[in-house]
Design a protein around this ligand. Sequence first.
Ligand SMILES: [Zn+2]
Length: 180
Amino acid sequence: MPSPIAHLAAGYAVYRLSCNHEPQLTMQSIGSAPRLLVVTAVFSLLPDIDSAIGFLTGDFGRFHNNATHSLIAGAFFSLIFAALMWWRGRQGFLYWFAVAMVSYSLHIMMDAATVSRGVMALWPFTDTRYLFPVTLFYGLHWSDGWLSIRHLWTLLTELLFLALVLGLLQLQPQRAAVKS
Ligand SMILES: [Zn+2]
């Protein structure tokens, strides 16, 4: 799996690309952070909730990249979240579903492009693990131990990925300010 740096970079891209579409839904904040930013960050990291079981049981490899790294699981969590948001505000079901699902799916795709055994992207229909033919991330390998020089490589490459994402977002056309 890539580290949270790369996953949060992807979540931030979803935030930046979707924050202007439904201003009436996205202007609200949680504390000092825009609510939409919190949502994209949470859903871009949510598949790795299975890491908690691995840490608790001391058997990281057995539980990681399994059911929570499925597109069906992503659709399930996104549906529940969108339904809760609709229940609160009576609007925005499709918007919140799309934002959550895209953030979640990007995580799965990035893991499938990482040095690993692959992700169970179509669980529960099949336990087959999928990997993209092209590897983009070295990722975290806890079997290397907590202090490994290889983590520096992960850190460096994912900071470069973050810089690339931020650079590409700068190319995004700016919306003209709405005159009142
Ligand atoms: Zn993951």
